[in-house]
Design a protein around this ligand. Sequence first.
Ligand SMILES: [Zn+2]
Length: 461
Amino acid sequence: MSISVYNTLSRQKEEFKTIEPKKVKMYVCGPTTYDHSHIGHMRTFAFFDVVRRWLEYRGYDVTMLINITDIDDKTIRRANEEGVSFAEIADRYMFDFIKALQSYNIRLPNIMPKATSVIADMYYVIQTLIDKGYAYVAEDGVYFDVAKFEDYGKLSGQKREFLLTGVRIEPSPYKRNAGDFALWKRRKEGEPFWHAPWMDGRPGWHIECSTMIWKYLGDQIDIHGGGTDLIFPHHENEIAQSEAFTGKKPFVRYWMHVGMLKINGEKMSKSLGNFIRWFEALEMAPAAAWRFYYATNAYRQPMNITEEGIKQAHETVKRVYRAEQALRYAIEDNELGDNDFDPRPYLERFGERMDDDFDTPGAVAAMMDFINAFQGKIYKLSPESARTTLETLRKMMYILGLPETGVDGRTKAAIDELVALRGEMRQEKRYNVADRIRERLTEVGIELHDGKNGTRWFVVP
Ligand SMILES: [Zn+2]
């Protein structure tokens, strides 16, 4: 039993071997906190949440870091527009990001540093790069010299020669090569700045990730993740900085990238007006439906979001929750049979799919086949089979990040009361009131099922 991971660097699946036994150091590029995250971001973080859960399930001790890009052209622009400090903008959207993660049942990382919290460490990294001859101080900033780094382009497959002459990534007349990128940018009027050894200014974007990884996770890490849009230039530049700085390679063992989102076949963009922010998506369908929808799509592929797609995911995920609660009721009622049912082959298949480069669509299919296999015969299961079946289903739901739908004691009491009231109304043949209670509860995700043990209510997302 071994895990295989598709590595963007080698362009193939590789056996997963960690630097330290049973320990995983994992870094995922976080948001630039100048606006709300959208459902494309949520797809990426939801996926790496599943990766983390699966690795933990396989016995790894995972340390996960997501950074917060709090200083950037965009945070500064927004701050100036609103007449507040960049820190206020950055904090507002950092808190919003945390709320988004929690709303989608994405576990918070172990460490979530802001770029501005590692400025002093950046000085050290940048100065070392200058001392080693990989970086140079120019009129408008400090630049990384891509011509000095032999391996430049190895992740993205970009030809270094082309970059040296061709594309202009960040235009500046002071650069040696067109592909050189800023580690530090000279102070501009109306911008926040720090008193760096070379000049007052602020950090470039790429340097924060290299610095944080080195500071909090070490010279080398196991997994580095992000969206495919970050492969070039961002991750290419991270490799150049980090490997030049530490002299060790590879800086990252497995580069993992999540595909981009489309909405009805079109690229999601603010200008097209098809931009869906995280909380707008939750008005369309609950988090459980989104997590399920994401999981039914192969992570490396682009994903096309449609209204029909999310609706269908919502309907299907309800079945998972119904099955889980039906098992629970059957066990509680202690009205079971003596049929043996072995959930292990399904869990094994689920695991094989997850081990194969986190094939979540395959894992979801295994889970649905599992549910189909026991669903019609829950009350015939032996107590032991019912118990292990429930445990297995809960494991799968946990790994896929499907949130629990537990209700607190007060809510439970209120629902019980309404259900009892409906029963009384039915006895009095006041069916219109009884039906109204049932309909209203269904609308808020409480489904009533009448059976031989009376009426049971199910919480569905
Ligand atoms: Zn990054």
